[in-house]
Write a protein that binds this ligand. Structure first.
Ligand code: NAD
Length: 283
């Protein structure tokens, strides 16, 4: 990454929720390489503090790691005080905490005539608890950190929010209705907030990653026993014109661009980073 393109990012302070996860940690490393002071928030304290320690040691750029729950406003407000005292004013927020869960996933892709005696393996087997858990983590888990961390940006009339949506926000993937609906709501919220804050210097955008093999989706894409792609994994590769899963590092160029002044006239967009998946009609 050529730092010179993102010179304005140097020494800015960026909070990354879910920063201890696969994509969040790669993004944090990419930001540190551009001189950004990273604040890693994660419900997994060890992941957050371990990563911030590594980043500081490896790059010499300040990095902080704290435990915080994106579903608990009081926990976010408490950590905000620590951030202000130890790191400084927050310039940028990446809402990275999110994910799917087996509890909100149907076994059947579609219900056919042959499935009428096992309807609970499809839509009818979904429990509100599983559905709400995934919806809350992705939507409320973006809303609350945004409420807490953008107030200071608005007061200073400068700041950037970057939400993490998904390819399935445009067209839902089979089996994961809660995750798809929640990510669609992220795109809508990104546009709403972008308009709301446009006159006070705060930009709000999103990225929609395509398919990256990580802990949250491995159980759907790779057979645990054989290590081979599941039929679903094969379908995804066949639907991705570039023919591979993404490498988390592939997100970093877009993330840096959307955070930096290079995109200063861009707000309210969701950029697909997906190897062409969203452009391909399948034929
Ligand atoms: P991940 O599971 O590796 O990381 C998610 C992180 O969020 C974890 O470190 C977890 O501890 C943390 N977290 C969970 N609940 C939390 C809470 N209540 N408060 C604070 N932190 C919490 O997942 P990932 O693949 O790195 O995904 C990161 C984001 O990218 C998610 O929003 C996900 O939906 C999105 N995404 C991922 C893919 C993919 O292919 N992996 C594709 C599209 C979008």
């Amino acid at each position: 990454m050529e730092h010179v393109f993102f010179e304005d990012l140097k020494d800015k302070i960026c909070v990354i929720t879910g920063g201890g996860g696969v994509l969040g940690s790669t993004i944090a490393r990419g930001l540190a390489a551009a001189g950004v002071v990273t604040v890693i928030l994660d419900i997994n304290e060890q992941a957050a503090s371990g990563l911030s320690g590594e980043i500081t040691n490896e790059t010499g750029v300040r990095s902080y790691g704290y435990k915080a729950d994106v579903l608990d406003k009081a926990s976010l407000e408490k950590v905000q005080e620590k951030i202000l005292a130890e790191a400084g004013e927050v310039d940028m927020l990446i809402n990275g905490a999110g994910g799917n869960s087996p509890g909100a996933t149907t076994r059947l892709e579609q219900i056919t005539e042959d499935d009428l005696n096992r309807l609970d393996e499809g839509f009818f087997g979904l429990q509100l608890e599983g559905f709400s858990k995934v919806f809350d983590l992705n939507f409320t888990g973006t809303l609350l950190p945004t409420l807490v961390f953008t107030r200071g940006m608005v007061t200073r009339q400068k700041g950037v929010v970057l939400n993490v949506s998904s390819m399935n926000s445009y067209r839902p993937l089979t089996k994961i209705p809660a995750y798809s609906a929640a990510k669609a709501s992220i795109n809508n919220f990104t546009q709403w907030l972008a308009v709301h804050l446009a006159k006070v210097g705060v930009r709000v955008n999103a990225i929609a990653p395509g398919f990256f093999l990580t802990s949250q989706n491995r159980f759907l894409l790779v057979d645990e026993k054989t290590g081979k792609l599941t039929p679903r994994g094969e379908k995804i590769i066949a639907s991705t014109p570039m023919g591979v899963f993404g490498d988390p590092d592939d997100l970093n160029g877009t993330v840096l661009y959307l955070l930096s002044d290079l995109s200063r006239f861009i707000t309210g967009v969701c950029v697909p980073v997906d190897g062409g998946y969203s452009a391909y009609g399948g034929v």
